[in-house]
Design a protein around this ligand. Sequence first.
Ligand code: KIV
Ligand code: ZN
Length: 511
Amino acid sequence: MSDKNRIIIFDTTLRDGEQTPGVNLNLSEKVEIARQLELLGVDIIEAGFPAASQGDFEAVSAVAKIVGCGVAALCRCNEADIARGWEAVKHAKKPRLHVFLATSEIHMTHKLHMTPEEVIQNVAESVALAKSLCDDIEFSCEDASRSEPEFMYKVIETAIASGATTINIPDTVGYAVPGEFSNLISGIFENVPNINGVVISVHCHDDLGLAVANTLSAVAAGARQVETTINGLGERAGNCSMEEVVMALSTREPAFGINHSIDTTKIYRASQRVSAITGVPVSPTKAIVGANAFAHESGIHQHGVLSNPMTYEIMTPQSVGKTESTLVLGKLSGRHAFTDRIESMGYNLTKDEINSAFVKFKELADRKKDITDDDLEAILALITDVPEHYRLESFQIQSGKLPLLPMASVTLFGPDGEATEAATGNGPIDAACNAISKIVREEGTLASYNLDAITGGTDAFGNATVRVLRDGELHMGRGVSPDIIEATILAYINAINRAIARTKNYERKSS
Ligand code: KIV
Ligand code: ZN
């Protein structure tokens, strides 16, 4: 198939995806996601918005240094953003600067306070400045789907004349519908005189649940870059989901005639990793990667699938890397078997990370006989570089039917040594969190709490994800244990440790 039929997969999980409410990734988590994206075979990773914060700058620089694919940095149309973006991304093998400015009437008037002429002038100067630093320039017309097409054509023409090689058309607010969106793309090909040789990209949000449909309609109209996130993470209702677009293009290859670079057998693992790292669960009915995506409940369907899977399956679970979770290890398994297994699962951990993962594995294998791949995934998601400011030493819970008041006594090891507190609460979890709050003397509230069993059976690990609201910011925490109250306490302490690490980082960086 010729190159003109190859689609560029531009992944923005680390930038737009990280804007998912409640997602707050640290550097090692961003690097781990970047590694997963590279394993998947994405063409370009948008690693962040370097001017937004020191943390974003450091993450983009780190990703730029370790991956071989393209790395993009997002910048507004101003000198400071472009200089900062270039500083972060310049070490990448294939650096890209992604410059954006809104082109819709509503954004120009109420957000930018700029006239259309000023917007054109600003685009010309900013793209030219970016081009003086970096060869590969993407320009986005923010809110393109609500922009006046004739004005947008002029902006695009200016961006190309100033050096842009990719023009991105975002449906920023998820307002477009497929027929109209593909017409917008065709209109650009027909009305922008210097469009030849430039890649048209699309970036769709999912407010009306149409992000994938709009993206595919744009591909049919000639767009050759799609901007996506794993599991459809992103602002509000999220972005166009990478796994859905890629599997649509693969499964309906004769209809689209498009090829891509994604190794689809790595999709399921990447989705699981991103979900574990971000703490955003995947809905069971989510296309491609949901737990039920390949499950057949009705007897008629089961019968059909048994005699020929193609009766009810348009793609195989194996094609997205979804296999039965295998029983792999137990408490007698040694470090060698453990390391072999996690490497075969696609992990590439440092010696220190393997050591701490192995300690956690041993602790948990003592309490659960059979450790599956899914259990290992959960254990590995606990390995991050969050310093253990506080560590759980022991706890005791008393709970029962009213009038008995749930009570918890918790002992933590912290910077001042060991401390024990007891508290009551509406339930055992509330009581334990109250006792912890007394010890850490931090004002934080449990904003969300999610608990699921990793595998079936009464001895399954409980996997707890919490979000603690502190100083107006949400901090995610995770905990895994066969005891669900312990899993929750561990998750709560993890969230507090993350909140403290974040504050300390800011103190260090602003001093
Ligand atoms: O949704 C949007 O418009 C964006 C741009 C910055 C590309 O994320
Ligand atoms: Zn966006």
